[in-house]
Write a protein that binds this ligand. Sequence first.
Ligand SMILES: O=P(O)(O)OC[C@H]1O[C@@H](O)[C@H](O)[C@@H](O)[C@@H]1O
Length: 942
Amino acid sequence: MSESESPVQVPDDQPNPVLVGPGLKALKNEAYTQATNATPSLEKISGETPSYFNSLPGTKAVTTDSPDIKSQPLQTAGRASSGIDLLRRLSLASDCPMSPDIDPRVQHPGLRLSGRLISAAFCIPYKLNFRSGSDWKLKSRSGTSALFDSFAYLASDETSWSHTLVGWTGEVEPDVDVKSPLQQIHPNSAVNTPPAPSSLVASQPLNKAAAPVPVDGTKKPPAHPLVEGISVTQLDRERLDEQLSSGRHGRVLPVWLSDASEEPEETILLKDQGRWRRYAERELYPLLHYKQHGPTDGRSERRWWADYVRLNQLFADRIVQEYQEGDVVWVHDYHLFLLPSLLRQRIPNIYVGFFLHSPFPSSEFIRCLAKRKEILEGVLGANMIGFQTFSYSRHFTSCCTRVLGFESNSAGVDAYGAHVAVDVFPIGIDARSIQKAAFGAPDIEKTVLGIRKLYAGKKIIVGRDRLDSVRGVAQKLQAFEIFLERYPEWRDKVVLIQVTSPTSVEEEKEDPDNKIAGQISNLVSTINGRFGSLSFSPVQYYPQYLSPREYFALLRVADVGLITTVRDGMNTTSLEYIVCQQTNHSPLILSEFSGTAGTLPNAIHINPWDMVGVAGAINQALNMPAEQRKEQHLKLYKHVVTNTVSMWSRQYLNRLLTNLSSFDQSAATPALDRAKLMKQYRKARRRLFMFDYDGTLTPIVKDPQAAIPSDRVLRTLKSLSADPRNAVWIISGRDQAFLDEWMGHIPELGLSAEHGCFIRKPGSDDWENLAESSNMGWQKEVVDVFQHYTERTQGSFIERKRVALTWHYRRADPEYGAFQARECRKTLEDTVAKRWDVEVMAGKANLEVRPTFVNKGFIATRLVNEYGTAPGKAPEFILCLGDDFTDEDMFRALKKFDLPRDHVYSVTVGASSKQTDASWHLLEPADVIGSIQMLFSANQDH
Ligand SMILES: O=P(O)(O)OC[C@H]1O[C@@H](O)[C@H](O)[C@@H](O)[C@@H]1O
């Protein structure tokens, strides 16, 4: 999860003694202990309103809804953050304003849940150090703190879930006595010895010794030692499983990514471990953030893609080993886009949710991805897909329509007939822990005072970002320069403290020119050269990791928080800043391109590309009256403490389960049992085959006339119908001319055209018109309406058949076409369908109108009666296949016959979760032909 990364960095090479060795029960609740340390544990709170508002001495209970909010200011302004007051607030600030967690099995009895939740995230929450034969050394993995906090919540006693986390081991490093790169650069590294607060007082990096990027930003830091060829035995892996078997995040199951084929199974050779990230971080990450790279010969991309597929498959294997009926699987982020479908292929009625932590861009970007179809279809294996903001979810549904041709609306996507719900869940933070860390950690008050003293008399603007190109650090510096230019009264009175940690994005990590760092360094020099003096530099730039204490102290002393990201899924720094500002109430300036902006309407929103606008916003923030600051902060704060990460987790899971209940996943249609089919086929003396055409024998294509049967289809039909025991019929919405042209040369085939209006019996050239007696006066009215919409929908056209009429929009803009089809259908239903006995049917990117009294079900009934072994006796084998709404008439008709179950095979072509009257499913037309060929060749062998 790149976007929800907390900037709090637990130094990489600082082993956490609690995490080493067995007895890992101590792991639980460990992650923040470094920061929170002695703070007493808090009682569980589940109040309705965060009690922050009524917890302060001398303060009447006030909520943001209170009309007299202004007349009841919080009694804190100007007061030092005394430990007692703050901890009191802290203990009262509710993390869980929702009702307490109810066992999902009780809430959703229809789902037959096991009560087990399996989360799948790219990496486990620990970095692993390996020495063969000894215990693994585990260090907290930095970043993605919100997600890891969510796992901790799900594994805690606050929920009734039994939680298991499945994640990649990450790059395993050897536990050798070699100094880390940080220590190599700075032998007296403060990584192991946190810097004294006085280090903040010098005009140098806050934690200079730990700086992994040289301060001048021009030289590249030394490369991380390549970890090549670590052999991990079965015993070593089992030891790790044991070490991770319980802890703060529940049971953690590591996924081992390797080319297993190269090695005997008991030993895994780990080499070029970074390859597992490449496709996701070089191809997907940039595109998801609206960045497109230049053209390449595609070779590397193909290799990366193969690794990406394998990565997802290995996750699927691990989960399938672990899975028990009724488990819920929650998959996280873009490294695992393919996992939902891979799981569904293996366990058709599995409950799977997916959450994307990064942004999802406009379909114009996604359509540039070579593997766009695979990625979208992969994630559509989920039952519900969650996004950080509405615009990301809107982009996604639109993409499914534009790229895959699936129908969609804001509630979800209809993927091969399966409803995939789409919803919005902006993630939060663990506000309680942040409060503890920011106000209760030892020595934090000293650090706060140290920074204040250093910049006494100056307003402090704070920026803290990762050095990715999407974080907008360059834009921030440029805007700050304009601010000093346009508002000279602030010169020498304002300092911008900008801290950046190295990027974690694969592509940018390997940027040979270190372009961003160089650009930032130049900007800092320019601004300090223009507006600084010998004694003061207005930009204090610190390219380094911060300890949690320094980080929170910095957020506390800020007079303005400045976030100018040009694209992010969500921004934890902004949320943590709000928590840290509970006594100062300093304003937050937040980019409108951050996923968090939508949830923080009381921040000052800026467009980071409008430098003058940002400069103006800085001035506005610095001049904001105390009352206004307080009022705005109160609203922001209320949001952050009520919308916590635990609340997010609960809301997501509740919504997933509600969706699962409403779409009755337990009724998933099983895949066609070919063995059963073949058994009955062999036994039967009379067999009836009824095939729909479009979408069943041939895939849906842009131009309906181009959907001609392949040689394979024709050969299969010919062979099948050559057997005198078989009656083979094509029952289609197509007209006679099309069916005659492409299948008329197989005399043994029976044909039905225009949804049952016409039939041509086997061995005959003549068509019988079943709609002959019907008045066709409705046709002109329908054509007029179709004409109206054709003129207004570029790319749409009318197909005139003898009876039925079809309006096609598959060559029109998919979303506009679908919109126009809905309008057109409404018009027809309100007019023509009220006057005539006709049905208006929504097909695949088309609308059809035909008389009501004939339909495919009627033909199916007639054929079953006609082809029995004796009058009144149905065939002993019936196979009926179709893919759309009109074919459901056949499935329903078959249900009405009281025939032995193993004699009738109604099969829908599409997803197992499609709502259908068919008893079986096959995924696509190729599977239909495969199944028929199997019968036919089996029959020959017989
Ligand atoms: O019933 P089928 O074979 O799936 O065909 C449905 C529709 O498919 C479209 O492609 C044809 O142009 C229509 O004429 C037809 O009605």
